[in-house]
Ligand binder design. Structure first.
Ligand code: HPA
Ligand code: MG
Length: 225
């Protein structure tokens, strides 16, 4: 995304979920009963997220192995992806000669109300990132839409003069004005639909759902602010 002393080896933009992908029937999977009626379908099952994350960890290891990195987890939506990605990188580090010593730092971004992005983006916990100077930074984000949030965050992080910045995004959404900058590591490219689960929320609900699902209209009404 930003610089780079390190080459990515011809990576794809992730697994592409087409616009007409209907998802899987909810009856085929288990999910918390308290969300019964609030979801349309299972869009990406938890197991598939985990398998894709494992491969992203390997790609990151291939590119950054033997570099010290600071993982910058973008809360709240990025926490589950960050935990699972770091876990997979740790497993690879245990089982090979190449390792990635990692530090993990958390920042919080907030810009969504209901299913709409608001103009004012708040970055919390990012006031003093001076310890990033000269470091290799891996930003871990759950979802990238227009890329505006990511652009703002990158500018903010770049100001602290890290040696390198890479971005891992679990989901990239195909929105009308798509991202000028895309993550270096992408899990899935998805249509422009509001998804929840795997730590992605709708007004703080659905973070406790393992699969990535499409919220139903009645779900939106029920949890609207
Ligand atoms: N779901 C949850 N949070 C989000 C989304 C989404 O589809 N897009 C941007 N933030
Ligand atoms: Mg949110």
């Amino acid at each position: 995304m930003a610089d780079v002393a390190v080459q990515s080896h011809g990576r794809s933009g992730g697994i592409v979920m087409n616009d007409d992908w209907p998802g899987y029937s909810l009856d085929l999977f288990s999910y918390p009963a308290h969300y019964c009626g609030d979801l349309d379908c299972v869009f990406i099952p938890h197991g598939m997220i985990m398998d894709r994350t494992e491969r992203l960890a390997r790609n990151i290891m291939d590119d950054l192995g033997d570099h010290d990195i600071v993982v910058l987890c973008v809360l709240k939506g990025g926490y589950q992806f960050c935990v699972d990605l770091v876990d997979r990188i740790k497993a690879l580090s245990r089982n090979s000669n190449r390792t990635i010593p990692m530090r993990v730092h958390f920042i919080r971004l907030k810009s969504y109300l209901n299913d709409q992005s608001t103009e004012d983006l708040h970055i919390l916990g990012a006031e003093d990132l001076s310890f990033l100077a000269g470091k290799n930074v891996l930003i871990v984000e759950a979802i990238v839409g227009t890329g505006k949030t990511m652009e703002t965050l990158l500018m903010h992080v770049e100001a602290f003069r890290p040696k390198m910045i890479k971005v891992a995004g679990l989901l990239v959404k195909r929105v009308p004005h798509n991202a000028a900058c895309l993550p270096d590591y992408v899990g899935f490219e998805i249509p422009d639909r509001f998804v929840v689960g795997y730590a992605l929320d709708y007004n703080e609900y659905f973070r406790d759902l393992n699969h990535i699902c499409v919220i139903s209209e009645s779900g939106k009404m029920k949890y609207k602010i």
